[in-house]
Write a protein that binds this ligand. Structure first.
Ligand SMILES: [Zn+2]
Length: 425
């Protein structure tokens, strides 16, 4: 992509509700544009981030033989009435279609997946399996906050597994818990921990949340300073959690932290399969309900958290998996040679399928570097008159694992950059 062709809207005058570093960076860098309260348009930069997060999620889930499907955003209200959640879920946006059908915009899909599975499930021989989708969801929140942290419309990965026994669900649940850890690590979200969570609206038995420790978090979490006990405040509310400072497991002190929830997993049991009449025939020929688990990741919230952990509101830092562009080539000066060297490197890397951005504009060097800071490519290759005379590109590497700078011979710059990227991807 040549930078002059990149269409993004950058907000210079930040709105008063942009209070967190990530929200400011998202607007200053042109990753998002607010279309309405809690409703955002993603620029090509923002969408590239989202798609790269989705790619990592797909890779990890496919390793567990999860099968990707796609369910509708709109569903008949009758499915939500069957599970008796039509009245109790307050974020459900209800409407009537022109044909007179009572409908909802789905904020989650337990009812819809149950309807799908009951249509095709017959025998224990088909179990276990796990189905997932990555799709836009809508929650009719009363208020939205901090840019992409709490939005009304958001991108989510939701997975649903079906089993013949609790043992089978437990085994799969643990595998999913590990897959989630891999996903957050590959995305580059540091400070994400899994904690015990309340089951809330979802019902069921056991639940874990994945929380990014952050002062901007809405959730209060408690982490034991001596053992592995970690829990959401709501898990502790048999008593008044504010007063509980001692670990229920080992009796030592609990530290109170703030967190942003980036994922959750639930052991639902037969709550939905029973109410939605999902049944299969056991080996003994008896009709029964499968045991169910569900597993969510807020894809757009992961993006928001990535921006929150960037260096500042003016500097995005992404790892190679996630970065919208892997290499940013900057030429300084308008000499033909300098531009030719930049364009040659751009073509070589682009021909290999590497996402590269090229800046040969007449802008000031400072403005070009500020632009590159906002785009966050892990590798920058800079050529100026001075560099050209020395026969080198100046290469700056900046990723989540650190920074370094090298001068690289013009003839070797393509191979060097290409090898760094191959090694990291
Ligand atoms: Zn403890």
């Amino acid at each position: 992509m040549k930078i002059e062709n990149l269409f993004i809207k950058r907000t210079k005058e930040l709105p008063s509700d942009a209070t967190t570093p990530g929200h400011k960076l998202a607007l200053k860098g042109g990753y998002i544009h607010q279309t309405g309260a809690g409703l955002y348009t993603y620029s090509s930069l923002g969408l590239r981030l989202l798609l790269n997060i989705e790619k990592i999620i797909r890779e990890e889930l496919n390793k567990l033989n999860c099968q990707e499907i796609l369910m509708p955003m709109v569903s008949p209200a009758s499915l939500w009435k069957e599970s008796e959640r039509y009245e109790s879920v307050d974020v459900l946006l209800k409407f009537k279609t022109r044909a007179g059908m009572d409908a909802v915009l789905n904020p989650t899909h337990e009812e819809i997946i149950s309807d799908y599975v009951r249509s095709g499930l017959q025998s224990y021989k088909q179990l276990p399996f796990c189905l997932y989708q990555i799709q836009t969801k809508y929650r009719d929140e009363l208020r939205a906050r901090a840019g992409l942290i709490r939005t009304r419309e958001f991108m989510m990965k939701d997975a649903y597994s079906f089993h013949t026994s609790w043992d089978s669900l437990n085994e799969f649940y643990d595998k999913m818990l590990n897959a989630y850890k891999n996903i957050y690590e590959k995305i580059g979200l540091s400070k994400v921990i899994d904690i015990l969570a309340p089951t809330g609206d979802m019902g069921g038995k056991i639940s874990h949340e994945f929380q990014m420790i952050s002062d901007i978090g809405e959730d209060t979490i408690y982490v034991c300073e001596s053992c592995d006990y970690r829990a959401n405040k709501e898990v502790l509310t048999d008593k008044d959690a504010e007063d509980i400072l001692l670990c229920p497991k080992c009796g030592k002190k609990l530290n109170k932290l703030r967190g942003v929830e980036v994922g959750n997993i639930f052991q639902l049991g037969d709550k939905y399969t029973k109410s939605m009449k999902v049944e299969y025939m056991t080996e003994e020929g008896k009709s029964t309900n499968p045991i169910m688990g569900c597993y969510g990741i807020g894809v757009s919230r992961c993006l928001a958290c990535l921006l929150e952990q960037s260096e500042s509101e003016s500097k995005a830092v992404f790892n190679m998996n996630i970065a919208p562009y892997k290499v940013h080539i900057i030429s300084i000066g308008d000499e033909t040679d300098i531009i030719n060297y930049s364009e040659k490197l751009y073509e070589q890397l682009s021909n290999d399928g590497i996402d590269v951005i090229l800046d040969t504009t007449n802008d000031r060097a400072g403005s070009k570097f500020a632009n590159a800071d906002l785009i966050g490519a892990p590798i920058r290759a800079i050529i100026s008159k001075k560099n050209k005379e020395a026969g080198v590109f100046e290469m700056k590497y900046s990723g989540l694992k650190g920074e370094y700078e090298n001068n690289i011979n013009i003839d070797e710059v393509y191979n060097t950059i290409s090898n760094i990227i191959k090694k990291e991807l």
